[in-house]
Design a protein around this ligand. Structure first.
Ligand code: UTP
Length: 301
């Protein structure tokens, strides 16, 4: 049992990154030297995906170009003898992987974006990855961890993470019945609850393995919070018919849909980058020493 098809909804407007996202995709923002979408694609491929389905909108052509062969660039790098860079460009997409692009004409929400993938996914279980949730898996990538759970239980699996109570209103929050350590069956799911109404602090993050039943349910789902078709609403109906598991992944998530999360990811990935780690660490240490040597505002009062 392997999930062959991965869906990447990349049609959001990315308003939190304007003006950077006015004419180009949020998912093309780089974390050091690779765009967010490339990390997401690598994660899907490492979990066994062979068919990548991108749900795109306007200003997303750069995503198509990124995963396409760049003949002129490759010829130029070859003629300049830049072998390492040539390999970097050629390795973006391994052989045997197919890309499909489907246009979401209007940004009607994540649920609607997933529904747009139906003709390409058909009647098989599939995964959904939100590229702006960058996850650094502890022992293996997050989707590969989820794939193991899927292989054992053969049902939908959703990635979750404990978040501070005061942040629950930014997430879909689940109430679960424990199944195993870090794994629970979802009993209830609520989109962006107030902290006082939240059934727990276990938040849904941007990785899902879903059965195709979700498409029928999405088709019936009308606009929820903010007029958008919410994936959470369809999952809420699905748990009445099928088992849906909440899996607490092992690793660190960076919310790269927010500026602070994006900056943190860049710092952490730069500190692990083979060419940059040492010089960047040195720079950060110098800056920290400089800040620490400044008199604090409070001390001056
Ligand atoms: P977000 O909630 O982060 O929305 O979408 P957004 O438009 O990308 O960004 P902001 O909030 O305006 O800054 C979560 C994911 O769902 C996709 C986005 O591309 C992102 O990966 N999405 C959202 C769609 O594909 N279509 C939509 O209609 C909405």
């Amino acid at each position: 049992m392997r999930i062959r098809k991965a869906v990447f909804p990349v049609a959001g407007l990315g308003t939190r990154f304007l003006p950077a996202t006015k004419a180009s995709a949020k998912e093309m923002l780089p974390i050091v030297d690779k765009p967010l979408i490339q990390y997401a694609v690598s994660e899907a491929i490492s979990a066994g995906a062979e068919e990548l389905i991108f749900i795109t909108g306007r200003s997303k052509n750069s995503i198509m170009d990124h995963f396409d062969k760049a003949y002129e660039l490759e010829a130029e790098l070859e003629s300049r003898g830049k072998r390492k860079l040539l390999e970097t460009v050629q390795e973006i997409l391994p052989p045997g992987i197919t890309c499909i692009y489907i246009r979401q004409a209007e940004a009607l929400g994540l649920g609607h974006a997933v529904l747009c993938a139906w003709p390409a996914v058909g009647d098989e279980d599939f995964s959904v990855i939100l590229a702006d949730d960058l996850i650094d898996g502890k022992l293996r990538p997050c989707l590969a961890q989820m794939q193991r759970v899927y292989q054992e239980y053969g049902t939908s699996v959703i990635a979750t993470q404990q978040v501070p109570r005061e942040e629950v209103s930014a997430y879909g929050i689940v109430e679960t019945q424990p199944v195993a350590p870090g794994l629970g069956e979802i009993r209830r799911i609520v989109e962006k609850p107030k902290p006082a109404d939240a059934p727990s602090n276990l938040a849904v993050v941007g990785r899902y393995i879903l059965t195709p039943r979700i498409f029928k349910l999405l088709e019936r789902t009308s606009g929820g919070a903010g007029g958008e078709i919410q994936l959470t609403d369809a999952i809420s109906t699905m748990i009445q018919e099928q088992t849906v598991l909440a899996y607490e992944f092992e690793g660190t998530r960076y919310d790269c849909g927010s500026k602070l999360g994006y900056l943190k990811a860049n710092v952490e990935y730069a500190l692990k980058h083979p060419e940059l780690a040492d010089s960047f660490r040195e720079y950060l240490c110098e800056r920290v020493a400089e800040w620490n040597s400044r008199p604090r505002l409070a001390a001056r009062k």
